[in-house]
Design a protein around this ligand. Structure first.
Ligand SMILES: Cc1cc2nc3c(=O)[nH]c(=O)nc-3n(C[C@H](O)[C@H](O)[C@H](O)COP(=O)(O)OP(=O)(O)OC[C@H]3O[C@@H](n4cnc5c(N)ncnc54)[C@H](O)[C@@H]3O)c2cc1C
Length: 415
């Protein structure tokens, strides 16, 4: 039985694990449909649902290939956590990364995984060329498939085997973390995105407080990594939620203690070690990418509804910004977006909360993260992306038998 990280996607379909390109081509030549697995960190049904799942973690390709100036060919199915140290050995680094680095590059890029930074694009936009195996079994490159189609494609145009990515010289980051009132954060967030290389914040439910994080490139000496207290903080938030069922005052007192215990943090380390951390407590997530000018108002309304109607929620709300790019299915296509992510405990019902908040995101012109939960269909999505129908037509042309298609994907990519 295969399950994704959150445990909300499961399937009994067999796993195929090719170790060479020839084996992979043989797998693709089989008549049954197949879906490609990265690290299984998506919450949406974009890996399960076919007759087979392809696990490419054992594909015999070098982790790094040819390099020229600021571009390096890499094994597209390597995990980000293995690519970063391999790049660092060559004094290179990813320009930016998200909260974790467990994903494969292909899996992360295919859903437009992002970090934060007003001028920093998502991972898919760093792909400058790619090699894939198409539904016919042929080797395709970005000379055959337009790059802007291949960058974010959720395994529907073919199987990515190698990618050329744009990288930067290895760098260290200084991370500063501090507590603020939500009013202050909302009033200053645009300025903070303009002033900081990376800026993001988490709203801690029912406290009126945010934890703000900023990162800057530095030459300062590396310091000792602080203890990762995120897991303890989430456990205290859950405890406070349970206490609140007995007494609202008790919840308030516990939350006050938690915010008082939040110490300011100042840490210098290698970029990928500073940007990424581990997530030990499983959750479910919905994230929409909003036009920056409306994000503040939407967030205010999300907080109003959270406080009024969803007292059981204890996971923080995460807010980030990503630069625009040109990939046809990138939610950041056409300009920067502010991403607002809401979460629930993986074992708890998310529906009431997510369904109450999603219309706010959609009405404000938001686009969903492809790997995170949403309830949209072809009709909604085709209105959100100027090149959506061009992508769907190319998918149909490259995979007329629907080898990489499932009923869940057909609901999104077929009229
Ligand atoms: C704890 C946690 C933290 C997260 N943090 C962030 C974050 O900070 N920022 C963010 O944007 N997202 C984040 N996500 C979401 C996550 O980055 C995306 O869902 C991402 O797609 C997962 O990558 P994966 O390698 O697990 O891919 P999977 O979920 O396994 O697959 C994703 C898609 O890629 C396709 N795919 C995989 N390999 C290939 C290939 N070789 N060729 C073609 N298609 C392929 C799959 O078929 C699927 O459609 C987080 C998720 C979790 C669970």
């Amino acid at each position: 039985m295969w399950t994704n990280w959150a445990g909300n996607q499961r399937t009994d379909t067999p796993l195929a694990c090719p170790t060479s390109i020839a084996d992979l081509q043989k797998e693709i030549a089989q008549p049954q449909s197949l879906r490609i697995l990265g690290a299984g960190h998506s919450f949406t049904p974009i890996v399960a649902g076919g007759d087979r799942i392809l696990d490419l973690s054992g594909l015999d390709l070098p982790i790094l290939g040819a390099a020229e100036q600021d571009r390096v060919w890499v094994n597209a199915n390597a995990r980000l956590r293995d690519l970063s140290p391999a790049l660092a050995d060559k004094r290179l680094a990813f320009r930016n990364l998200g909260d974790i680095n467990t994903q494969s590059l292909a899996g992360a890029a295919s859903t437009a995984t992002h970090g934060t930074g007003r001028d920093l694009p998502c991972l898919a936009a760093e792909i400058t060329a790619a090699r894939m195996i198409g539904a016919s079994g042929d080797i395709l490159t970005t000379d055959d498939i337009p790059l802007e189609m291949a960058q974010v494609s959720m395994g529907m145009l073919g199987v990515l085997t190698e990618a050329q990515i744009s990288v930067v010289s290895k760098y260290n980051l200084r991370r500063q973390v501090g507590l603020a009132s939500v009013e202050e954060t909302l009033a200053t967030m645009h300025q903070k995105w303009a002033e900081n290389r990376n800026f993001e914040f988490f709203y801690i439910p029912f406290t009126g407080k945010t934890v703000e994080l900023r990162h800057a490139i530095t030459d300062a000496a590396e310091s000792k990594a602080p203890r990762d207290l995120d897991m303890i903080a989430v456990k205290v938030l859950k405890l406070a939620r349970s206490a609140g069922r007995i007494s609202a005052g008790l919840r308030r007192a516990l939350l006050k203690m938690l915010t008082m215990a939040q110490s300011n943090e100042d840490y210098v380390g290698e970029s990928w070690r500073v940007l990424c951390s581990d997530r030990h407590i499983p959750f479910k997530e919905m994230e929409y990418h909003l036009p920056p000018e409306v994000a503040g108002d939407v967030l205010q309304e999300v907080l109003t509804r959270l406080h009024r109607d969803h007292k059981d929620v204890y996971f923080p709300i995460e807010v980030r910004q990503t630069a625009g790019d040109t990939a046809c299915l990138s939610p950041f296509q056409g300009g920067p977006r502010i991403s607002v992510a809401i979460h629930t405990d993986a074992a708890e019902d998310h529906k009431r909360y997510f369904e109450a908040i999603e219309p706010l995101f959609v009405e404000a012109g938001g686009r969903p993260h492809w790997g995170k939960m949403h309830n949209l269909s072809y009709k909604d999505l085709s209105l959100m992306y100027p090149d959506f129908d061009r992508f769907c037509a190319l998918r149909e042309q490259l995979d007329p038998q629907g080898k990489f298609l499932t009923p869940a994907l057909a609901r999104l990519f077929q009229p």
